[in-house]
Ligand binder design. Structure first.
Ligand SMILES: Nc1ncnc2c1ncn2[C@@H]1O[C@H](COP(=O)(O)OP(=O)(O)O)[C@@H](O)[C@H]1O
Ligand SMILES: C[C@@](O)(CCOP(=O)(O)O)CC(=O)O
Length: 902
C-alpha cells in the first residue's frame, strides 16, 4: 500500500467542514489558516477511541492481507494523518512526508532524466546547490543558475523541449531575494509546457506562502524548520496538486524508502498545530529587529523593510515577511565577533526554531559553495543571518545591541544621544592599525627579508636520528621580497630556479581543503597531506620540475595555513640567493625561513618593533652583525613555520638547518622526539675559525639522501647505530674543545681537524659521499695543503667543508682555489657564525632614501645626499631586486636601510 494518492476524491485545503452559520442568510465562511493549523481533523481517518491527539503507530508491519496499511515504508496511519494535515494547510491535494528537506528535493530531482535541463536560482541553499551539482555531474542534467529575482533572466534559458524543471526559492536564503513565483510559473508554462515548477517554500512555510496557489507544480519544505518549530526532528514535506506527479513522488518514496517515521510524523504533526502562533510572534519581532538594524545604517535584507527592492512582489504572493533576515557589517572580522558575542541568539545553522539563531552563512550553511562561486553570486563574506525566535523581543534586541557594541560595529554618539554604526572605512582603519600594531607602516607593506645558509660541521644525517649536530651560519644568504598585489592574485618568482614565475587567483585555491590555524595555534607536527595532494593535483599540476612545484608549494601551503578568515591579501614573493641551491649549504632552509617570515608578516602574525630613529648624520652603517631587534618569541614562531616549509621541501628534516638560518651564529642542535633533551644551544668560539667551502656542483636531493640513510638504518640497524653513536661522540668532543678556555689555539685546530676527518669517514660508511667529494677531500689533504675536509649537509654531491688553519697563507690559499676551480669545482672562502634572519625595517625613518644610497659596487656612499627631488623612498624594491647581479645583491640590500636581526 503506497502513500495516499487519492485521485478520485480530490481534497483541497480549505474543505474542513466549517460550522453551520448562525443565520440562514449568512454563508459559511472558510476557516482561517491559523485555525486549520491547530485543528488536526481527518474525516476519513477517525480514531477508533476518539483520541484527541493522533496516536503513534510505532509499527513496521500491519497484519492481514488487503488492508489499508501493510508496511510502514509504504504507508503508516500516523504519517497519513500528517500528510493529510499538510495538504490541508498547503492548498494541496497531495502531501508526502519524508526524512528531511534534502530527501524531499532528492525525491523531486529523481524525476529528471539525462539530457534534461534545470533552471535554478543563483542564491540557493548550499545543500540544494550540492545536490544539484551531483545531479549535473552524475545524471547528465544541465543546470542553469540565474537571478530569479529578474523573471526576464529565466526566459533565455528556457528550452521548450529540454527544460524539465525550474527550481525556485522565495525569499532566498540568506539574501532574502524575491522571485515572482506567479509570473515565473506563467512564463515557464507558456514556453515549456512540460516543465515542472518546483518551489522550496521552507523560508515561508504554508502559513505565509502557498506557491501552489500561484501556479507552482510541486512545493517542498524542510519541515525541520518552521513546520516543526523546535529543532527536535528532521523532516521534509512535498505537496502538489497534479495527480501524475503525485504518483511519481509516491513511487519514489516507496521505492527509495525515505518516508518519515511514525514517531517523527507525530512530532511534526504536533509542531504544525502551533505554526501560526509561532510565526506571528517571530515575524513581529523580526520586523522590530530589521527596523532597528536598518535605523543604525546597516544594509539589511528583509522583505518587510520599505526599501526592499521586491517588496511589492512579495506582498502579492505571500501573507507575511517571515522571520529570517540578514545584514552586512562591512567586515568579516566584525561579523565573526558579533556572531560570537551574542548570548540569546544561538550560533547554529538551520532556522525556524522557537529559539533565535545567528550565523554567518559563508562559514556555516553555505560553506559547501566554494568562495569564488559565493563571490560570483554576490554572497557577502561578512553577511550575518538572523533567524528570529519567540523570546521576548526586548531581550533579543538588547542582546544583539550588546554584541554589536562589543564587536565595535556600533558606537555611542553623545551628540545624537544614541548608538550609531561605525562606518566600514573606520573599521578598516582600526583593523589596519591593530593588525600592524605600529604607526608608520603602510597597510599593504612590502617586506624584504633575508636569512643565511649554514654549514654543518658535525652530525649531518645523524641529527635526523637524534644525534647532536653542530652547525653555523654562513655569510651567503637567501633574500625574499614580498610585494603586495591588488588584483586578487599571488605569484612567485624564483630567480635561482630557471627564473621561474607563476601566478594563481587566490580565490581559486582549494580553500575548502584547508582549516587555517588561528594565531594562537601551532601547526601540528605532520603536514596536511590531503591539502598537499590537492595542491599538487590542482594549482601546481603541469609544472616543469619538482623544484618549481615544491618551492611554490611552500608559499601556497603556508599562505593558506596562515590565512585569517576573510583576509586573503594578494602578493608576489621573489626569492634570490647568493647561496648555491642544492649544494648542502642550506639553501632550502634559508629559502624556507624567508618565505615563512614574509608570510607571517603579510598575515600580521608577527610584528616588527619600532626602533628609535638613527642618531647620526643619516647614513647608517649596516652589517649582518647589526642590531638584534627581533624578539626571541617572534624568532621561535618563525622557526616553527620555517620547519614546516623545510618538511615540504625535505620530507624528514631534522630542523637544524632552519634553526641556524633563523638564529644565526653557531649552535648545537638536537631534534625532538628521541628521548634525549632536545633543543638548541649556542656555541661560542666558532666565529674565529676559517672555512673553505667547495661546491662539487654535483646535483643531489637532500630528500632522497635522508630517506636513503633512513632505509639503511632499517636494513642494517646495528651498523648504522654504531655509526650514529660514533658521530655523537664526535659532536660532544667538538663542543668540549670549543668550550675549553684552557686549550691552546693550535690544539683546538688540530682536534677539530681530526674530528672532521673522522666524521667524514662515518658519512662515507653511511653511503652519502660521492667521488667528486672524495676528489675535493684528497686534493685539500694533499701536500702542500694538508687540510682536513668533510662533506657537509646531505652529501651525495653538494659541498665539502675544509678547516683552514690560522697559518695558512694567502698565497697557498690562492693556489688551492685555483686548483679546485681548474677541476671545475666552486670554492668559497666564507665567514661563519654571522647573523640569522634579518628583516629590513619597514619604518620610513629607517630607510635610506634612494638618492642617498650608494650605487652597488661603490664603496663609500656620497657624503652630501643629492636633492630629494621627485622620488624619496622606493615604491617597490622589486625591479631592482630582480635585476641586480648576484655579486651586488648583498651590498645593495644592506644599503637599503636598517636591518633588524634575530
Ligand atoms: N632561492 C631559492 N628559490 C627557490 N627555491 C629554493 C631556493 N633555494 C632553495 N630552494 C628550494 O630548496 C631546494 C633545495 O634543497 P636541498 O636539496 O636541501 O638543497 P640545500 O642543501 O641547498 O638546502 C630546491 O630544490 C628548491 O626547492
Ligand atoms: C642531511 C641533513 O642532516 C642536513 C641537510 O642539509 P642540506 O639540505 O644538504 O643543506 C638533513 C637534516 O638535518 O635535515
Amino acid at each position: 500500500m503506497g502513500p495516499s494518492v487519492d485521485t478520485k476524491n480530490r481534497r483541497l485545503s480549505h474543505d474542513l467542514p466549517t460550522p453551520d452559520s448562525e443565520s440562514p442568510l449568512r454563508s459559511r465562511k472558510p476557516y482561517k489558516l491559523s485555525t486549520l493549523c491547530a485543528t488536526v481533523e481527518n474525516p476519513d481517518q477517525k480514531d477508533q477511541y476518539g483520541s484527541s491527539s493522533v496516536p503513534i503507530y510505532q509499527t513496521a508491519t500491519f497484519k492481514g492481507v488487503g488492508g489499508e496499511y501493510d508496511y510502514t515504508r509504504s504507508g503508516n496511519p500516523t504519517r497519513s494523518h500528517l500528510e493529510h494535515h499538510i495538504a490541508k494547510i498547503s492548498s494541496a491535494s497531495h502531501a508526502f512526508a519524508v526524512s528531511s528537506g534534502m530527501a524531499a528535493l532528492d525525491v523531486i530531482l529523481r524525476m529528471l532524466k539525462p539530457g534534461d535541463e534545470v533552471i535554478a536560482g543563483d542564491d540557493l541553499y548550499g545543500g540544494t546547490n550540492r545536490l544539484l551539482a551531483y545531479v549535473r555531474n552524475h545524471g547528465g542534467v544541465t543546470v542553469h543558475h540565474v537571478d530569479t529575482t529578474d523573471p526576464t533572466s529565466i526566459i533565455p534559458c528556457i528550452n521548450p523541449t529540454k527544460t524539465a524543471m525550474v527550481l525556485l526559492e522565495s525569499p532566498t536564503n540568506p539574501l532574502l531575494k524575491i522571485a515572482d513565483l506567479a509570473l515565473i510559473s506563467k512564463e515557464v508554462k507558456e514556453r515549456a509546457p512540460a516543465a515542472v515548477v518546483v518551489v522550496d517554500n521552507t523560508m515561508m512555510s504554508p502559513y505565509l506562502q502557498r506557491p501552489l496557489e500561484h501556479g507552482a507544480d510541486i512545493v517542498y519544505d524542510s519541515a525541520t524548520k518552521y513546520l516543526s518549530g523546535h529543532h527536535d526532528l528532521m523532516a521534509g514535506v512535498i505537496t502538489c496538486n497534479r495527480d501524475e506527479l503525485a504518483k511519481q513522488i509516491a513511487f519514489t518514496i516507496n521505492a527509495a524508502g525515505n518516508a518519515l517515521t511514525p514517531f517523527d510524523s507525530f512530532l511534526l504533526l504536533r509542531g504544525v498545530k502551533t505554526l501560526a502562533v509561532r510565526l506571528d510572534r517571530q515575524q513581529a519581532t523580526s520586523s522590530l529587529v530589521a527596523t532597528y538594524l536598518h535605523s543604525l545604517g546597516f544594509k539589511v535584507n528583509y522583505p518587510g523593510l520599505p526599501d526592499h527592492p521586491s517588496r511589492e512582489v512579495h506582498q502579492r504572493i505571500s501573507d507575511g515577511n517571515g522571520a529570517v533576515l540578514s545584514f552586512e557589517t562591512g567586515s568579516k572580522e566584525i561579523s565573526e565577533k558579533i556572531v560570537g558575542g551574542t548570548r540569546l541568539w544561538g550560533i547554529s545553522v538551520s532556522f525556524g526554531c522557537v529559539n533565535s539563531l545567528i550565523s554567518m552563512p559563508c562559514v556555516m550553511s553555505h560553506a559547501s559553495i566554494d568562495p569564488a562561486t559565493r563571490a560570483a553570486r554576490g554572497l557577502p563574506e561578512d553577511l550575518i543571518r538572523l533567524c528570529v525566535g519567540i523570546e521576548d523581543s526586548a531581550d533579543l534586541l538588547d542582546d544583539l545591541e550588546q554584541a554589536l557594541i562589543d564587536a565595535g560595529a556600533i558606537t555611542y554618539n553623545s551628540q545624537l544621544n544614541r548608538y550609531v554604526r561605525v562606518q566600514p572605512d573606520e573599521i578598516l582603519l582600526e583593523k589596519a592599525v591593530e593588525k600592524l600594531a605600529i604607526g608608520s607602516i603602510k597597510t599593504r607593506q612590502e617586506w624584504f627579508v633575508s636569512a643565511p645558509g649554514k654549514v654543518i660541521l658535525f652530525g649531518e644525517h645523524a641529527v635526523v636520528h637524534g644525534v647532536t649536530a653542530i652547525a653555523a651560519s654562513v655569510d651567503l644568504r637567501c633574500y625574499g621580497l614580498l610585494t603586495p598585489r591588488e588584483d586578487g592574485k599571488m605569484s612567485v618568482h624564483f630567480n635561482d630556479i630557471s627564473n621561474f614565475y607563476k601566478e594563481w587567483d587566490i580565490d581559486t585555491l582549494p580553500w575548502k581543503n584547508v582549516a587555517p590555524l588561528s594565531k594562537d595555534k601551532n601547526h601540528p607536527p605532520e603536514l596536511d597531506q590531503p591539502l598537499i595532494e590537492r595542491l599538487l593535483e590542482g594549482p601546481l599540476k603541469h609544472l616543469e620540475s619538482t623544484r618549481e612545484s615544491t618551492s611554490s608549494l611552500v608559499l601556497i601551503y603556508l599562505y593558506m595555513k596562515l590565512s585569517k578568515p576573510g583576509y586573503r591579501p594578494g602578493f608576489n614573493f621573489t626569492a634570490r640567493a647568493t647561496l648555491p641551491v642544492g649544494a648542502g649549504l642550506g639553501s632550502s632552509a634559508s629559502f624556507s625561513t624567508c618565505a615563512a617570515t614574509a608570510l607571517l608578516l603579510l598575515q600580521a602574525r608577527i610584528n616588527v618593533p619600532d626602533l628609535p630613529p638613527p642618531s647620526s648624520d643619516g647614513h647608517i652603517h649596516i652589517s649582518h652583525e647589526g642590531r638584534r631587534a627581533i624578539p626571541p618569541k617572534t624568532a621561535e614562531e618563525i622557526n616553527r613555520w620555517a620547519f614546516i616549509a623545510e618538511k615540504i621541501l625535505q620530507g624528514n628534516p631534522s630542523g637544524v638547518d632552519n634553526s641556524v638560518s633563523v638564529f644565526g651564529g653557531a649552535l648545537a642542535y638536537v631534534k625532538e622526539g628521541f628521548g634525549k633533551k632536545s633543543g638548541i644551544e649556542a656555541i661560542q668560539g666558532f666565529k674565529s675559525l676559517r672555512f673553505l667551502l667547495t661546491n662539487s656542483k654535483i646535483p643531489r636531493s637532500t630528500k632522497q639522501l635522508v630517506a636513503g640513510v633512513g632505509q639503511k638504518k632499517i636494513n642494517e640497524p646495528e651498523l648504522v647505530q654504531s655509526l650514529l653513536n660514533a658521530i655523537q661522540v664526535i659532536s660532544d668532543e667538538a663542543r668540549r674543545v670549543l668550550a675549553d678556555p684552557e686549550l691552546s689555539r693550535e690544539t683546538l685546530l688540530t682536534a677539530l681537524a681530526a674530528l672532521i676527518r673522522e666524521n667524514h669517514s662515518h658519512l662515507v660508511s653511511l653511503g652519502v659521499s660521492h667521488p667528486a667529494l672524495e676528489a675535493i677531500r684528497e686534493k685539500t689533504a694533499s701536500p702542500p695543503y694538508n687540510l682536513s675536509t668533510k662533506l657537509t649537509g646531505a652529501g651525495g654531491g653538494g659541498c665539502a667543508v675544509t678547516l683552514v688553519p690560522d697559518d695558512f697563507t694567502t698565497d697557498v690559499m690562492q693556489d688551492l682555489l685555483a686548483e679546485l676551480s681548474a677541476n671545475n669545482f666552486d670554492p668559497y672562502l666564507t665567514a661563519v657564525g654571522g647573523s640569522g634572519l634579518g628583516i629590513l625595517s619597514p619604518h620610513d625613518k629607517h630607510r635610506v632614501k634612494r638618492a642617498e644610497r650608494a650605487v652597488p659596487g661603490q664603496v663609500t656612499p656620497p657624503k652630501s645626499p643629492r636633492e630629494q627631488s621627485v622620488e624619496v623612498y622606493d615604491d617597490t624594491l622589486r625591479p631592482s631586486f630582480e635585476t641586480m647581479t648576484i655579486s651586488e645583491l648583498s651590498e645593495w640590500a644592506q644599503e637599503l636601510g636598517r636591518w633588524l636581526y634575530v
